[in-house]
Structures are given as structure tokens and as C-alpha cells.
Design a protein around this ligand. Structure first.
Ligand SMILES: Cc1cc2nc3c(=O)[nH]c(=O)nc-3n(C[C@H](O)[C@H](O)[C@H](O)COP(=O)(O)OP(=O)(O)OC[C@H]3O[C@@H](n4cnc5c(N)ncnc54)[C@H](O)[C@@H]3O)c2cc1C
Length: 371
């Protein structure tokens, strides 16, 4: 008998959602997290938006799991009093030449199963009088959520069903042996190992490292991750009533564009931008020198904002797979049987909308695992 039926590596929102989902049927279930507490990396360094799912390629995992996850999240928030707000969002075209791409985005979103409404200039300004706009899209199913509240819920649910969440516990070795996996872990007390029937790699920024530990050639498989940092700047409370919902631009390539966010406390932030981190250092400091470039993006939405109004806020890092047909790669969620790793499930490149999709990702992993 192996020591664990399932071991989840990584205590971000995705690993915790999977632990919560599987804990009702798989025992013993162990989640190992290298930090002192769960949710200290990307899962607590994001926009906390419940995305509607309008941008992603039709039928991609990102689109399907976002649409499904969004509805699951609203139900979870409602039933378990997790702080959230169905705040809605406007995508604004600020010049006439942005109107055709805006209309294309609208059609694309409808195809993805997202409820949307096209707005003319007057309708946008009735909703958001301060923003620059010649036309827009209203997304009524976009919301905001407390990521920590959601992770606390997943963690409690997993523990309630007997799962063990082990922090300060880093996976440093994985070996397939006689049908099971031998996992080596580093804790404060030293290095030890145990066996597990199944392994789920939800290590976020380190998913490629974990794949490598399991013996996968990450370059041959296209699994090497690239880090892209996203920084945010905040506006002072004097701007509190300038917007009442999220406001996004018509998206440029590879990002959603620097957009206006409202957090659950009503604070306005702008971000995230896109910065390649060639050396993969986890450097979360926000570079003050970006203020001017940020202010220019912000003024596309709120023209009255001055450079000095903006203060550096937080940042997060996207684990990005190599591009797929010139576009952001879809999530990779698969059992690696064809690599000789029956029982090893990889979750690679879970960048946005991973928070929104987390409960749907967990259900998808359950299907892959089978009985
Ligand atoms: C700037 C930014 C904005 C975003 N905004 C949104 C948004 O508004 N809405 C949305 O839906 N999504 C958003 N996302 C995406 C979302 O945050 C991520 O998809 C999600 O948090 C990924 O969760 P995760 O559990 O896969 O990864 P993580 O949160 O990174 O968790 C992985 C965990 O694995 C642990 N770990 C790593 N290696 C080991 C090891 N060897 N042993 C043990 N533990 C290990 C890490 O410490 C970490 O806690 C955003 C992302 C970024 C970067």
C-alpha cells in the first residue's frame, strides 16, 4: 500500500481546489506546499477578477473552464459567504478605429457562451460618465472575489474531508517505482520520502521543474515556462467614485491591456502590464520608473489622471508556455501516461483565468483521474 493515494504538489488556488474536490473520494490525500502558508505566490498576486470568458480561443480549455468555473465560483461564494461582488465590466473603444475589433470581440464572446451587451457612446457614458469612450461592451457576468477567502474555503473543505495540507514542505524528487511514485520532500526537520499512487503537479511557476524531476524532457515537450511579470499602480481615494465597475481597453496582443480594477474595498488600481523576466527571478518589486508609461495607458481610460496620482502597488508573475500558433498557449492539463508516467497529472501554464477556472479545473482533473 502506498502512503498516499494522491499527492498534490503546490498550494495555490488550483492545488487547493483539486485537494478540496478529490478529498471526498481519495484518501489519504496529501498536499505539499513549500512556503510557510498556502497561496503566497501567483494566487495572491492577481487582479482577483471573476472573468466572464470572452477573450480566449473558442473551445479552448481556457475558455471552457473559465465559463464553467465562473458559474461554480458564484455558487461557492453565495453558499459559503466568500467576499465577492458581481461588479460587471465595460470594455471601452476610445477611438473609432477600435470599434471593429470591439465588435469582433463581442461576437467572439457570444460564441464562447458569455452574456454581453454592445453599447453606444451615450450608453457607456450613462454607466461610466468619466471614462473615454466612443462605444463599448458590457459584461454583466464579470465580478471580483477575495482570492484568500476562496483559498481558505478550499483548504477547510479539503481538511474537513481528511486531506493533509503540509506547508514548509518542498517536493525535491519524484521517481516512478513499481507502479507508484516515490516523492522526496524537504522540510525544516530534514529530507525524507514517501510513496503515492498518484501525483498532481499544480506547482504554478515551478510546474516545469516538477515535470523535470519526474523525468520529463521539458524542452522536447515544450513545457519550459517563461515568466512574465505584471505590475499594478493605484489611484488615491479621491478617485473613488470615478468608476463603478471594471473598465478594460480593447485588448492589444498577448494581454488584456492595462485596465482599471476596483477591489472589494473600492480602491482603484490599474494593471497589469507585461514584462519578460529572462532570469526567472521572483522579483515582485514594482519599478517606479514605469509610472509615466502606466499613466499614458491609464489616461486612455481616465483622461484626467496625472502621472503623480499613481503610486506603485503590487505585482504578480505569469507562468507562460511557449506560444502556440503565435498565440498564448492553452492550459495543458493531462495525465502523462504516454511518457511512462501513468498516474501523474500535469497542469502547465495555468495563467489567467486560472483563479476563475479553479473549481472547473478541479472537476476536470477528477475526470482525468477516473475512479
Ligand atoms: C498579474 C496577474 C493577474 C491575474 N489576474 C487574474 C484574474 O483577475 N482572474 C483570474 O482568474 N486569474 C488571474 N490570474 C491568474 C491566476 O492568478 C493564476 O492562474 C492562479 O493563481 C494559478 O494558481 P496556481 O495554484 O496554479 O499557482 P500558484 O498560486 O503559483 O501556486 C503554486 C504553488 O506551488 C508551490 N510550489 C512550487 N514549487 C513547489 C515544490 N517544489 N514543492 C511544493 N510546493 C511548491 C508554490 O509555492 C505555490 O504556492 C492572474 C495572474 C497574474 C500573474
Amino acid at each position: 500500500m502506498p502512503d498516499a493515494a494522491v499527492t498534490v504538489i503546490g498550494g495555490g488556488v488550483v492545488g487547493l481546489a483539486i485537494a478540496a474536490e478529490l478529498s471526498t473520494t481519495h484518501s489519504p490525500l496529501l498536499l505539499v506546499e513549500r512556503r510557510e502558508k498556502y497561496g503566497q505566490e501567483t494566487s495572491s498576486r492577481n487582479s482577483e477578477v471573476i472573468h466572464a470568458g470572452l477573450y480566449y480561443p473558442h473551445n479552448s480549455l481556457r475558455a471552457r473552464l473559465c465559463v464553467e468555473g465562473r458559474e461554480l465560483l458564484y455558487d461557492i461564494c453565495e453558499q459559503h459567504t466568500i467576499p465577492y461582488k458581481r461588479i460587471t465590466k465595460v470594455i471601452t473603444a476610445t477611438k473609432q478605429d477600435e470599434v471593429p475589433p470591439l465588435e469582433q470581440l463581442y461576437q467572439h464572446g457570444l460564441r464562447n457562451g458569455v452574456p454581453l451587451q454592445l453599447l453606444n457612446e451615450r450608453q457607456v457614458h450613462a454607466l461610466e460618465p468619466h471614462i473615454a469612450s466612443v462605444a463599448g461592451i458590457l459584461s454583466p457576468s464579470t465580478g471580483i472575489i477575495s482570492a484568500h477567502g476562496l483559498m481558505d474555503y478550499f483548504c477547510h473543505r479539503a481538511e474537513e474531508h481528511g486531506a493533509q495540507i503540509q506547508t514548509h514542505c518542498e517536493a525535491v524528487g519524484i521517481e516512478k517505482r513499481n507502479g507508484d511514485f516515490r516523492i522526496t520532500i524537504k522540510e525544516r526537520s530534514g529530507v525524507s520520502s514517501f510513496t503515492s499512487e498518484r501525483v498532481i503537479n499544480a506547482a504554478g511557476l515551478e510546474c516545469d521543474t516538477i515535470s523535470k524531476l519526474a523525468g520529463i524532457d521539458i524542452d522536447a515537450c515544450g513545457y519550459r515556462l517563461h515568466y512574465y511579470k505584471g505590475s499594478y499602480f493605484a489611484l488615491p481615494s479621491s478617485y473613488k467614485n470615478y468608476i463603478s465597475r471594471l473598465v478594460y481597453p480593447v485588448p492589444p496582443k498577448d494581454t488584456l491591456g492595462v485596465h482599471a480594477l476596483l477591489d472589494l474595498g473600492g480602491r482603484i488600481k490599474f494593471g497589469p502590464d507585461l514584462e519578460y523576466l529572462a532570469d526567472r527571478t521572483l522579483d515582485y518589486k514594482v519599478d517606479e520608473n514605469k509610472r509615466h508609461a502606466f499613466a499614458a495607458s491609464v489616461r486612455r481610460i481616465l483622461p484626467m489622471v496625472k502621472d503623480e496620482d499613481l503610486t506603485p502597488d503590487m505585482s504578480g508573475i505569469r507562468p507562460r508556455l511557449p506560444l502556440e500558433n503565435g498565440q498564448i498557449h492553452d492550459f495543458i492539463i493531462r495525465e502523462e501516461t504516454d511518457k511512462g508516467l501513468l498516474g501523474f497529472i500535469n497542469l502547465m501554464g495555468i495563467e489567467s483565468p486560472g483563479l476563475t477556472a479553479s473549481p472547473a479545473i478541479a472537476k476536470y482533473v477528477r475526470q482525468l483521474l477516473g475512479p
